[in-house]
Design a binder for this molecule. Sequence first.
Ligand code: NDP
Length: 375
Amino acid sequence: MSERRGFFKELLGWGAAAAWAAPVVGAAGTAAAQTPTSAPGKKLGFALVGLGSLSEHQIAPALFQKTKLCKLTGLVSGHPDKAMQWAKQYGVPEKNVYNYQTFDQIKNNPDIDVVYVVLPNSMHAEYTIRAAKAGKHVLCEKPMAISVKECDQMIAACKAAGRQLAIGYRLHFEPNNREMVRLAREKTFGAVKVIETAAGFPIDDPSQWRLDKKLAGGGSLMDIGIYALQAARYIAGEEPTSVTAQMSITDPVKFKPGVDESVLFTLKFPSGIVANCASSYATGLNRYRASAERGWFELQPALNYEGIKGRMRSNGVPKEFDFPPVDHFAAEMDDFADCILNGKQTRVPGEEGRRDLRIMAAIYESAASGKRVSL
Ligand code: NDP
């Protein structure tokens, strides 16, 4: 299957626009929730690997209070005191608490169906592969890994184990982002011609793993710029054929070689759509806009956990998007559980994560060489 056809089949689903326009599964407490087709009451057990900020503030609370098809049943951490405190807080039995050395014993634990990898980027491949070998389905945070080779190994391991692999692309389950795709795909304002996407935040603590090339695999692009890349790809609905890029470092003390501070990149798509994208660890960037023949539509903020706002304008008439709030992580996890329970293919498979890694490698190559890189 070509890269382009693969994109449509896996990311957009078979009905393309219809799949994006469909209600978000498990959007707790909102009209967007969809009735699960699995056995009533059946919940899959999720184990979180890495009890850091994202697990603490987003994923665990979603599993505790908002998901309909999954529950928190396992914890994996390098800090036993923290893990035991979490176990108490979330009612996870002590026997379901592991560390990185005992992790493989998860194989013998029927309480755990899915391993959610929430570790620094360079650890994603190892824990995905070990989880697959333990017979578990895997939800792995973005970026999927730090190289295309690792992505291939992760995909192969899950395939060999007969288990599903999904990447934590939460915005595929967020209604405003889905509306951007619908408007583009249905050509509501004519064909999209130009896409602008920007994602960034000013990074603080210089000692954190995000600024360590060995753990992060790169800099802003791998961490936050990936959202700008994702959005350009899902709004275009095509795969880019070439990239150009420029990189800038204004703080060489904080940003060591291999860790980018800001990256501007352009993507050219087969239909002629061009995307101008920005990624930064130096400043806040949070906006996606698609300009079409007879109007434009945009999100600003585009990627926050809450409060995403969309609007469109055609023939001088503005209109705001109006969607009920959705917990992105509950929706993402319930959708994955629904796929596992009902034998469906996730819309965010490993192959989708691999595409981003391949393009990000080309972006880094272009920034280093100053030349356009074909994909
Ligand atoms: P944190 O630094 O807050 O947490 C990472 C956790 O990983 C640590 O708390 C620790 O857990 C564990 N860990 C194991 N080895 C190391 C190590 N050598 N250095 C640091 N931590 C280690 O990171 P985040 O939670 O913010 O990010 C985790 C992953 O989630 C990343 O891949 C990131 O890209 C992704 N992410 C995705 C978001 C999204 O919106 N989808 C948003 C934020 C992050 P313990 O102490 O339990 O061992």
